[in-house]
Design a protein around this ligand. Structure first.
Ligand SMILES: [Zn+2]
Length: 252
């Protein structure tokens, strides 16, 4: 409790705007309780409503962002829409590995009778406790690997990427997403915790895509929102852009 108070006090000091964002977020979500009509739909848990919940951070607020039932974010729904478009779920023999799993994904994959496993350092969030830099799976085990907003928390992200390449089957596919600044060429490694970005250990630049490729992948940059098209982007509340690096194994 004390720690949380301390954390909030520090947050207010570094970003006074965070209090405004938090207040706006609460108001927005409160109003949501009274709005009727079905304008948006979560393609992960099938919840329908007038709009998604807002989410506030220290330096931002995102409206129409979070599913109030499964907790999925825009990027999660965008990836599921893309995977459906590609026909990823049509083959039941496919083995999935979800690293730092996407919210609501387990129920979604299980409902589709997929061979699905998720890992995280905290079993609260995943089926198995495991470190992405030491994957306890045999070589060439998985057809599809999802790693969404994980690598920015991992000290040795290149080792993590190599591990993903190792456990991917030839012909398999990886969906890797991180927050990155596409206007900046190079990644910045934080030498100490950055109060503006307290949960991450680096801020990726455009070289993120080359970093992934250097782990043994062929890479393709895909905007999941553009792929979804305007109608689905509006229905699923996808925002403006979600870049995903679609990876296939070199030599696979
Ligand atoms: Zn949902």
């Amino acid at each position: 409790m004390f720690n949380q108070v301390k954390w909030r006090a520090r947050l207010l000091f570094t970003s006074p705007a965070s209090a405004v964002y938090a207040f706006k977020c609460r108001c927005y979500n409160l109003v949501n309780l009274f709005l009727r009509g079905k304008k948006v739909k979560c393609n992960i848990c099938c919840w329908e409503g007038y709009r998604f919940s807002a989410m506030a951070g220290a330096y931002y607020i995102r409206y129409n962002a979070i599913c109030p039932v499964c907790g999925s974010a825009e990027r999660n729904r965008a990836l599921i829409a893309y995977m459906n478009n590609r026909g990823d779920f049509s083959d039941k023999q496919v083995r999935y590995l979800d690293i730092g799993p996407i919210k609501g994904a387990r129920a979604y994959f299980e409902a589709k009778h997929c061979d699905y496993i998720s890992i995280d350092l905290d079993t609260k969030y995943a089926i198995k406790k495991m470190d992405v830099t030491r994957l306890q799976f045999l070589d060439e085990t998985f057809d599809i690997i999802i790693c969404s907003h994980v690598l920015e928390h991992v000290k040795d992200d290149l080792l993590a990427s190599r591990e993903m390449a190792r456990v991917m089957k030839p012909g398999g596919r990886g969906y890797i997403m991180v927050p990155f600044d596409k206007n900046r060429k190079e990644t910045i490694e934080y030498e100490k915790p950055n109060p503006r970005d307290p949960l991450h250990i680096r801020s990726y630049g455009r070289d993120f895509i080359d970093r992934i490729a250097s782990a043994g992948f062929r890479v393709q940059e895909v905007d999941l929102v553009a792929e979804a098209g305007e109608a689905k982007a509006a229905l699923y509340g996808l925002g403006k852009e979600e870049i995903c690096v679609v990876c296939t194994k070199k030599g696979g």
